[in-house]
Design a binder for this molecule. Structure first.
Ligand SMILES: [Fe+2]
Length: 376
């Protein structure tokens, strides 16, 4: 199975997992069921940006995930309630919302701690409308993984994770037309977008008493950069709190992997170049180093093109090798099907050059033509 973005293109595919709107609710689609147009509509309405489908070439493949689907759903639900109510003058239920969020972040910390030795498989965020929620869950996961590697205590990780998941709360004050504007922003519009850092921080201070200042500072500071080029205060170096420096790395890493409608997608090699360029200059060097060791720039289940032109699917990840996972190669550089071969790229001169959304039709045709078997 592999992850595909939710779009009308997936109608007719077989769902590889049962997907629920919320834990305990009736499923939107069950494992093994065909995805219909109404399922796609329901998924999009419920804020799902991607689903697992059975892969055409590797129907049996299953990717491990560091954070369970259920925990991600709990986090998204808690975050959704806070985002919906944050901008409203009424302060009903805020304590309950804070409880829900802190329980959800605790689950996240527990799961990250239990999967100590793995590389994080975050996947790409694509669908625009639900970008903020899914991105926030990714940022909290990445920040927690980085903090764990910095030997933070569970309590510190919960405070870091809480700040990280709320980092873009102030986006609720930015008009939708500006947030979703295709094309570049005017200077004035950019100033409005920049106000989300301070606005989010103000909102937490005014409305959420149980969120610790060491968490909420992340909302204010996540766009500050070590060299003073960030905003809103232009802080430098250690004047930026460690939780904020970690969240900045997680935010940039996930944002450059994301596909936004006004921005081209970066190839994994470009993501690596951007992160290395900024390490120690704009972004915390230790946090970048940990992120690049323990966060893969491709995900298991993604279709990739290697630097020698061969095509395959990522089937395993390697610690310390963000561009050299294990790949099951299925076709050569001219998309001619070849016997499937599992290749561990670690220690080789090969790496990932590009990530594809689907298998090229020519490759699928050859494999189907061979009765689903690739000739040996
Ligand atoms: Fe932000």
């Amino acid at each position: 199975m592999r992850k595909v973005p939710v779009s009308p293109a997936i109608v007719g595919r077989v769902s590889a997992k049962t997907i629920r709107n919320r834990p305990g609710h009736l499923p939107l689609v069950t494992k093994g069921a065909i995805i219909t147009a109404s399922v796609v509509d329901a998924l999009l309405r419920r804020g799902k940006t991607w689903v697992w489908v059975k892969d055409e070439i590797f129907p049996e493949f299953e990717a491990d995930e560091v954070v369970s689907q259920e925990t991600r759903e709990v986090l998204t639900t808690a975050l959704g309630q806070i985002f919906r109510d944050a901008a409203s003058p009424k302060k009903l239920n805020r304590e309950r919302q804070e409880d829900l969020l802190s329980n959800a972040v605790r689950r996240l910390v527990e799961e990250v701690a239990a999967n100590d030795d793995v590389v994080v498989n975050i996947g790409r965020v694509r669908a625009w409308d639900n970008y903020t929620f899914e991105h926030s869950v990714h940022v909290a996961t990445l920040a927690t993984v980085i903090g764990k590697r910095m030997l933070m205590t569970d309590d510190q990780l919960v405070r870091l994770g809480t700040g990280a998941i709320l980092h873009d709360l102030g986006k609720v004050t930015v008009p939708q037309e500006i947030l979703h504007k295709p094309g570049p922003l005017t200077d004035e519009e950019f100033e409005i977008v920049k106000s989300h850092a301070r606005n989010g921080w103000d909102m937490v201070h005014e409305g959420y008493q149980n969120i610790m200042p060491t968490s909420s500072i992340v909302i204010l500071q996540h766009h500050e950069r070590l060299d003073g080029s960030g905003y809103p205060q232009g802080l430098k170096g250690d004047d930026i709190y460690i939780f904020s420096r970690i969240t900045a790395v997680a935010d940039v890493l996930d944002a450059v992997r994301a596909e936004r409608n006004y921005r081209r997608t970066y190839r994994p090699t470009e993501v690596l170049r951007i992160m290395l360029q900024d390490a120690g200059v704009r972004l915390d060097a230790a946090a970048v180093e940990i992120a690049l060791r323990h966060v893969s720039l491709v995900s298991a289940g993604e279709i990739v093109r290697l630097t020698n032109g061969q095509l395959g699917m990522v089937t395993g990840l390697n610690v310390g090798e963000p561009l050299r996972p294990v790949v099951s190669v299925v076709a050569d550089d001219l998309d001619r099907a070849m016997p499937i071969e599992e290749m561990d790229l670690s220690g080789t001169s090969l790496q990932i050059a590009d990530v594809l959304d689907e298998w090229p039709p020519a490759v699928l045709e050859q494999i189907k033509g061979a009765g689903g078997q690739i000739p040996h």
